[in-house]
Design a protein around this ligand. Sequence first.
Ligand SMILES: Cc1cc2nc3c(=O)[nH]c(=O)nc-3n(C[C@H](O)[C@H](O)[C@H](O)COP(=O)(O)O)c2cc1C
Length: 314
Amino acid sequence: MTVDLSTAFGRLRLKNPIGTASGTFGYGLEFAHYLDLAALGAISVKGLSFRPCHGNPPPRICETDAGMLNAIGLQNVGVDAFLAEKLPELARLGATVIANVWGDTEDDYVAVVERIGSDRRVAAIEVNVSCPNVVKGGMIFGNNPEALAALVKRIRAATGHPLVVKLSPNVTDIVACAHAAVDAGADALSLINTLVGLAIDLERREPKIGFTTGGLSGPAIRPVALRMVWEVRKAIPKIPIFGMGGIETVEHVVEFLIAGANAVQIGTANFRDPSLASRLVGELAAWCEDHGVARVSDLVDTLRTRPRPDHEFA
Ligand SMILES: Cc1cc2nc3c(=O)[nH]c(=O)nc-3n(C[C@H](O)[C@H](O)[C@H](O)COP(=O)(O)O)c2cc1C
């Protein structure tokens, strides 16, 4: 049986549903020695701002029991250097590139998106409204459906590219944020960014991270991410969703698809195994074949839930 891995993702058609998550895969080029970038469904590059950004002072990452905390602070080369120095090579290598963007203000976001313009080498724009590791911007929009809607409306008006909004899990109502983004013109959603956490150096009685708090990623957050993908899928049946959070194996990929993601992004796991994403493409085809699944899209949103009792106890 030949398994069809191709994935309809709104206006995009991805070769397969396996991508890499922003901030965990550099600009893609750093990983070109380890895997064929063209074999991946999509690569979401490190968050781009209008001007280059140096990020936060160190220490910026630490390992936790089942993942890591990071407060990189969105260090990046800036959109101009990305377009001039990184994108041509990514295009030459045949990568499907998603430009992840951020700003401190609405105007900053719009400026980055306008600079990308209608460049065909960029397949989609992913808007990070959910970074917990910067003082301004980022999460201010992700935490507040009204601010989020206003931002997405302005970005929507500034670009014809497919627009993916990456939501923050640091909210009580992820569905309200999803609705705000989609109603304001988002074509697709990414779920989830990191969860705010704290790790302590006991001897120094200091945070292990220079920024004090950091974003928790890796296997620890997978059940939260799955729950949020599932909730948003139920609330907005047709919206394309990139699911991410702690994916390390092909079984994890399948879990996200069943919960309602159309495609996934591999994040923290890239640090341990830089060629994992491309291996998962082959493993997903094998998994589907073993389970008699002819098209990977047949797995999407197939969770069979049991009726819940009237009186629920936590
Ligand atoms: C070191 C690091 C840097 C990140 N930088 C970004 C970023 O620039 N933009 C963004 O949208 N998400 C960023 N993220 C979030 C990831 O893309 C992803 O949403 C999150 O880590 C959950 O997936 P994972 O558990 O598989 O890592 C970053 C995550 C890590 C660990």
